[in-house]
Design a protein around this ligand. Sequence first.
Ligand code: PMP
Ligand code: GLU
Length: 396
Amino acid sequence: MKLSDRVGKIKPSPTLAVSAKAKEMASQGIDVISFGAGEPDFDTPNNIRDKAVEAIREGFTRYTPPGGIVELKEAIRNKFLNDNGLNYDLSQIIINCGAKHTLYNIAQVLFNSGDEVIIPAPYWVSYPDIVTLADAKPVIVETSDKQGFVMSPDDFKKAITPKTKAVIINSPSNPTGALYSEENLISIARIAHEQEIIVISDEIYEKLIYDGKKFAGIISLMPEIKDQAVIVNGVSKTYAMTGWRIGYAAGPPEIIGAMTKIQSQSTSNPNSIAQKAAIEALSGPQDSVNTMVKEFVKRRDYMVNELNKIDGVSCLKPEGAFYLFPNFSGIYGKSYQEKTISNSLELSEFLLDNARVAAVPGVAFGADDFIRLSFALSMQNIQEGIKRIKEALDTL
Ligand code: PMP
Ligand code: GLU
């Protein structure tokens, strides 16, 4: 069967693939510890779940307007006002079926063939493919652990060409947990403003920030770019609601209107029940977020400490999100059973086969010296998993 050229240009999400493989192994009775998770291991808080049950009981089970219900848009408007000091009209807000879908729709309404989209690496795995699916070209700007995994304004400038249409900023970042400094964001915003480049700011890890650091969004820092910027956010990570599929965006009415049109001809509305639950997530008590953050800090600190004790491994302390992105290149060149580990894919295979530990190879994020280890798993599993990694590496 001849499929479209479009689908031939992309790969399945490697992050979802690793998690699926680990779950499959576990279901076959193999005792695997998965550091692959891209979702909190906590349950959705009860107050949020109760609202979903209530919505079902009340029969809130029909189509809603394609861009989402007014009540949830109001909750999102209040969130942007209170948390980010940004004032959006309801016509500037859309609700989608998860933030991945938000990004997909943004790409579909903004990009044409030949447009270039600047993406700092390490990047979240779906950015290049979402850009490619819209026929545009991802332009990757490398960053290193030495520079804290953030794109410098100079490197951003160098990547710009007359075809540059947009830049994607993700702070805190998946996979590195890096948080862009305010100065850096302001400089990037200034360049984008001068060169009329659209800024797509993926702020999905906004609330998962550690050590008393504060979130600063690029648009709040430089409101001059508000008319050429879209914020992407969602409830998946902050409220442990990955399965509910609610993401949202705020931006210029033309962009939001066009996204609503696309949505009306593709998915229709995001799930009606999940929309009701999302209102409670955004407007109800927020203490579950603090509980999660406190637990994540303990796990992060333990893992960073233990990983840095291993010869050939070095790991920065992430400032946000729930991933570590350790550099394992010191292990490359070592051998086992007549095989040599020379890249992140081979390392991940080695860890899965020999340590029964699942991790996402860095190459999926555009950085082959690294692997991604999530800390969204219990402390007990983390301790056992790190022990297994050490023991397996000792055999090399
Ligand atoms: N952006 C980033 C950086 C992410 O890590 C994720 C996680 N999948 C998403 C967007 C999409 O999240 P979701 O579709 O679950 O809302
Ligand atoms: N964002 C998460 C991750 O990076 C979830 C998986 C996905 O949507 O790709 O693992």
